[in-house]
Write a protein that binds this ligand. Structure first.
Ligand code: SF4
Ligand code: SF4
Length: 447
């Protein structure tokens, strides 16, 4: 592997276009979603001060963390599935490190020119031209980094307030700290570290090779067709000279963002970006050879077997993935629109003015519906139980209300020192919904 500074050559081709359109969609999603509104709030917002996560119609609380974990597990399994199917397509096409790296490379090309111009610029002594080009490149990098950081912080604090506070130089300490932190992180990762993040910091590249099988699609150089490599005269009968299709032009190496030579075989450093496929195809086009000397193929196909996309392992993974998505969707759809958490006062019971035994509780009612809702509360489980709270409790959409209540009962109704009781919470308007939660009532049995 090449260890010096990597100057990638720009190129065009099918996979570059694919990555470009994919990148445009991802950028639009990343930068655009933060500005969407849902009702009177930001559509996607992890509200740290309120400890709530809004995602369009849904609102998640810390107690819903298991649902968020479910999403992460499904994403991780989806990534395994994709890797078994087609190698590191995530790394090459959609990983933020790669997407931002390509954007930074584009900015570099705008400011300093393509590969050869950049190499010359590096070797040239400092001059006004070199200084202007360098400043332009870093200014562009910083601008992209700042926009990225503001958007990222905007998913945790309302982005409209954040931007207006930055514009009026009135931004809070934490928001400023995180904006500067993520600006620096983006600038360093995509501008300076680039492929080093993939090679030395990302754990995924380390274990992805263990997930591949003989049928996984990976980017491969067809050595049987390409070797022996070497230059040749135009129109020469190179086959009779013992040459293969590789003209050893080095284009595949020059476009590689990790600086490897794919002709050395499948390597851990290959992020599967397919830049070398595009580069080699354009060379093959130019010299009128068949395309595909470097291509997506499987180990089996390369060794004379056929391409086997559908295979037991992949089918098994698909079933598990679909089952996980189905269970998660069912959990989401069937999760209650109201939750009730009961915190019982740990103190001892007491007697009220009527001589009844009284226990205290705090009921936390969370309204997960998209509209304001009123709830009635009652309690059951012992004869003659009385609840201090009468009337209804109104809770705004996506909010939680704490209701302190006391429950009392005639000591003669108690069957033991600890009795099971139940709190019932029901909506007083539509949609009709009832929720029942168990709790305990403590008191001394009257003899
Ligand atoms: S070898 Fe090819 S696919 Fe792999 S990182 Fe380099 S250019 Fe991308
Ligand atoms: S781009 Fe193709 S022809 Fe040129 S060196 Fe690479 S494999 Fe050989």
């Amino acid at each position: 592997m090449y260890t010096g500074k990597i100057h990638t050559r720009s190129f065009t081709g099918y996979f570059r276009r694919l990555r470009f359109f994919g990148g445009v969609i991802l950028f639009a999603l990343y930068f655009g979603t933060a500005w969407l509104t849902w009702g009177d709030r930001q559509a996607v917002l992890w509200d740290l001060s309120e400890k709530k996560f809004h995602i369009f119609a849904g609102t998640f609380w810390p107690q819903d963390l298991v649902l968020l974990s479910g999403i992460l597990i499904i994403c991780a399994f989806g990534l395994f599935f994709l890797t078994v199917l087609a190698g590191r397509v995530w790394c090459g096409y959609t990983c933020p490190q790669s997407v931002w790296m390509w954007i930074f490379m584009w900015a570099e090309k705008v400011a300093e020119g393509d590969r050869n111009q950049r190499i010359k610029l590096d070797e040239a002594p400092m001059s006004a031209n070199k200084l202007i080009r360098r400043i332009s490149k870093h200014a562009l990098w910083l601008l992209i980094s700042l926009a990225t950081a503001i958007t990222f912080v905007g998913y945790f604090t309302p982005i409209r307030d954040l931007v207006s506070s930055i514009l009026t130089m009135n931004v809070g300490g934490w928001a400023l700290f995180w904006t500067l932190f993520f600006t620096a992180a983006t600038y360093i990762n995509a501008g300076w570290l680039r492929e080093k993040v993939c090679l030395h910091m990302c754990p995924y590249g380390r274990f992805q090779s263990s997930m591949l099988d003989a049928d996984s699609l990976v980017i491969t150089y067809d050595a049987e067709r390409g070797e022996s490599r070497g230059s040749r005269k135009k129109g020469a009968d190179y086959k009779s000279e013992g040459l293969g299709d590789c003209i050893d032009c080095q284009m595949c190496v020059q476009v590689c963002p990790t600086g490897i030579d794919i002709r050395d075989g499948l390597q851990m450093e290959c992020i599967g970006c397919a830049a070398c496929v595009d580069a080699c195809d354009s060379v093959m086009d130019l010299i009128d050879y068949d395309k595909g000397l470097i291509r997506y193929t499987s180990d089996r196909e390369l060794n004379g077997g056929g391409l086997r996309i559908v295979r037991p392992r992949l089918v098994g993974y698909s079933f598990v993935l679909l089952a996980m998505i189905a269970v998660f969707s069912w959990t989401m759809v069937s999760s209650p629109l109201v939750t009730l958490d009961i915190a019982k006062d740990r103190g001892l019971y007491r007697y009220n003015s009527e001589g009844h035994i009284e226990n205290s509780y705090v009921l936390k009612i969370t309204n997960k519906n998209q509209k304001i809702q009123s709830y009635a509360i009652r309690v059951s489980g012992l004869e003659g139980l009385q609840l201090s709270h009468t009337g209804t409790v109104t809770v705004n959409s996506g909010e939680m209300v704490e209701v302190p209540v006391s429950v009392s009962v005639n000591p003669e109704s108690l069957l033991g020192d600890v009795s099971d009781i139940r709190f019932h919470v029901s909506t007083v308007d539509s949609p009709a919904f009832k929720l029942v939660e168990d709790s305990k009532f403590t008191g001394s049995v009257s003899l």
